[in-house]
Every structure is written in structure tokens, then in C-alpha cells.
Design a protein around this ligand. Structure first.
Ligand code: AMP
Length: 309
């Protein structure tokens, strides 16, 4: 089923306790598209880069079933650049630099062939741009998922609340849920956020898994305990890509299926963190992904004790 993804396509520079990278390919829409491509193709991408963005990386996206008709390349301008540094335990990170560059004036033009999309993934980007995309579609998609971050809560709170009213699923991390709601308890935070518009709320908790809230129901999926985590960058976006990819592939928006999508997203994110940047997402096989999903099921499976008469 047709999937439209919007978000940043970027250069990132990363520093973790295991090493440092110079500018490598990154961006929310990059991780989302690659992760979703293992469930559904094509992934229709709307994004913007400068003419400093390597053609080879655009080709890599295309080789993964990403339609780049909607990727604008701005002559003489620079791509979005973000750099971040992780703490020793990788649980927190500090943004060192956010250079919006081409993102600062991004006008999301949606190619005619994308207009009638059924599933819309609004990746991390200025909330006013996310809203424009919804307004420019011919029909309202069956499901709209939005991911955002504290940067936009700090700099564009009113715009963010405006677009959050228009969506079905909000995906944020625990810190952001607390900031958005003003509540420390995640259960109270979820209750408040679900009154802002979305029917479903995902709260990502890094190595502690993810929660899915809907009405008075809650589902929890742990993160896979991994021996080695190199770089958590993009894990949240990869989660979102796996999540929406599964829903688009199955065309089922029930709570039960959203639970499966959370497991899929968690499995994809567990691959992402094993290498720097999106590298690990470039060469996965269906067998590897299925085996990972089975590990998640096994992680929480409990065989009931035999009833003693
Ligand atoms: P995550 O680790 O899932 O939160 O996502 C990291 C990705 O988000 C990086 O590849 C960055 O390029 C991208 N990113 C960071 N800050 C922003 C921002 N303010 N707007 C859009 N994308 C961003």
C-alpha cells in the first residue's frame, strides 16, 4: 500500500564512546525509508538536500526501493547538518550542532504520482512543513504517523501542537513525552497527550523498549538486550520506519496489528544500533529480520505452570 515518507535527509557527525565519524549520510527520512523498504516498496520520499549531497547515496536509497522523485536538490545550497555526542552508557546524547541549511526554507512539493497516498510517515522536521504535507494531499491518508523531537518542542511548540491535532499516531521518546505533557509519570503523560489529537501514542525508551498507548490500553515491547551497541543514532527513526512499513504492508490499523508493528520497529532498530549511521540497514535479509522478530517473541514468552489438581 502506498507509503509517503517525509523528513530530513542529512549529513551527521557522530561521537560515541566507540569512535567518531566525519560527515556521514543520516537524517530521519533516510533511516525511516531504509527500514520501511524491508516491508513495502516503493517508499515515496519527499525531502530536500543541497548539491553537496552525494549522488551515490541517492542511488543507494533508490536501490532499496526508495522513489526519489520527491527529493529536491537545491543548487548552491548546503544539506541539513546535525552532530551529536553520546554519554558513556549511550543513554543520553547532546546535540552539538544543528545547521538547518536547506531545511530552513523547505517547501515540500509532492509529486503528482505520490498524491493519493494511503499511509503517511511525517519524520522529524519543522512541524509547519509536516502540516503543509497533510494539507497538500488529495485525500486524507488512512493513517498518519508523526515523529518529532525536543528541538521542535523548544523552537516551534505552537506549530507542533497544531499538527499533532491532525495525526493518528505520535511517536516520541520518554523525555519528549515528559516535556510535551509536563507530567513525569509516563502513564499520566500519555493520558494527556492522547487528548491532543492522536489516537495512538508511542513512547520510546531507548534500551528499555517502547510503549504503545491507545484509549485505556497499553502494550510494552522490550528492546533486545544486545552485546554490543555502537551508535544509537537513527534508532528512533528506524523504529518508525519498521513500524509504518509493517502497517502499510499489511493494510491493517487495528490495535493488535499496531502491536506487531511495534515489534517490527523494535527489531529494525536493534539492527540499526549495531553499526555507525545507517550502515547496518543496507544489507539485511528477510531471514535475519524474521529471526530477530522471533527473538523478541521469545524474550517475553512465559509457559504457564501446569495446574496442580
Ligand atoms: P534519532 O537518533 O532517531 O533521534 O534520529 C537522528 C537523526 O535525526 C539524525 O540522522 C539527524 O540528522 C536527524 N535530526 C537531528 N535533529 C533534527 C532536526 N531538528 N530536524 C530533523 N532531523 C533531525
Amino acid at each position: 500500500m502506498s507509503l509517503l515518507v517525509i523528513g530530513s535527509v542529512a549529513f551527521d557527525a557522530l561521537e560515541t564512546p566507540f569512535g567518531k565519524t566525519d560527515k556521514i549520510i543520516g537524517g530521519a527520512a533516510t533511516y525511516i525509508s531504509l527500514a520501511a523498504s524491508y516491508s513495502t516498496r516503493p517508499v515515496n520520499l519527499v525531502a530536500v538536500v543541497g548539491d553537496d549531497f552525494p549522488q551515490a547515496d541517492i542511488l543507494t536509497l533508490e536501490e532499496h526501493g526508495v522513489d526519489t522523485t520527491g527529493l529536491q536538490i537545491k543548487p548552491g545550497e548546503k544539506s541539513f547538518f546535525w552532530s551529536g555526542k553520546y554519554s558513556q552508557d549511550l543513554n543520553s546524547r547532546e546535540t552539538i550542532t544543528t545547521e538547518l541549511n536547506v531545511l530552513g526554507s523547505f517547501d515540500p512539493v509532492i509529486p503528482t504520482s505520490y498524491l493519493d497516498c494511503k499511509y503517511l510517515m511525517l519524520g522529524n522536521l519543522a512541524p509547519q512543513v509536516q502540516r503543509l504535507v497533510i494539507q497538500r494531499l488529495v485525500n486524507r491518508p488512512k493513517l498518519i504517523v508523526l515523529d518529532t523531537m525536543n528541538f521542535w518542542m523548544d523552537s516551534a511548540a505552537a506549530d507542533l501542537l497544531h499538527v499533532v491535532e491532525m495525526i493518528d499516531v505520535l511517536s516520541i521518546n520518554d523525555e519528549e513525552a515528559r516535556q510535551l505533557s509536563g507530567e513525569y509519570s509516563l502513564v499520566k503523560a500519555a493520558r494527556k497527550i492522547l487528548t491532543l489529537g492522536p489516537k495512538f501514542l508511542i513512547i520510546k525508551k531507548g534500551e528499555h523498549g517502547a510503549l504503545l498507548f491507545h484509549k485505556n490500553k497499553v502494550f510494552f515491547c522490550p528492546a533486545l538486550p544486545l552485546e554490543e551497541v555502537f551508535d544509537p543514532t537513527g534508532a528512533g527513526d528506524t523504529f518508525a520506519g519498521g513500524f509504518i512499513g509493517h502497517i502499510a504492508a499489511t493494510d491493517d490499523c487495528s490495535f493488535e496489528n499496531l502491536k506487531r508493528a511495534v515489534v517490527r520497529g523494535s527489531a529494525m532498530a536493534s539492527f540499526c544500533v549495531e553499526k555507525f549511521g545507517p550502515e547496518r540497514l543496507l544489507n539485511l535479509t528477510d531471514e535475519e529480520i524474521e529471526a530477530r522478530e522471533a527473538q523478541f517473541a521469545e524474550l517475553v514468552r512465559v509457559v504457564p505452570a501446569a495446574v496442580v489438581a
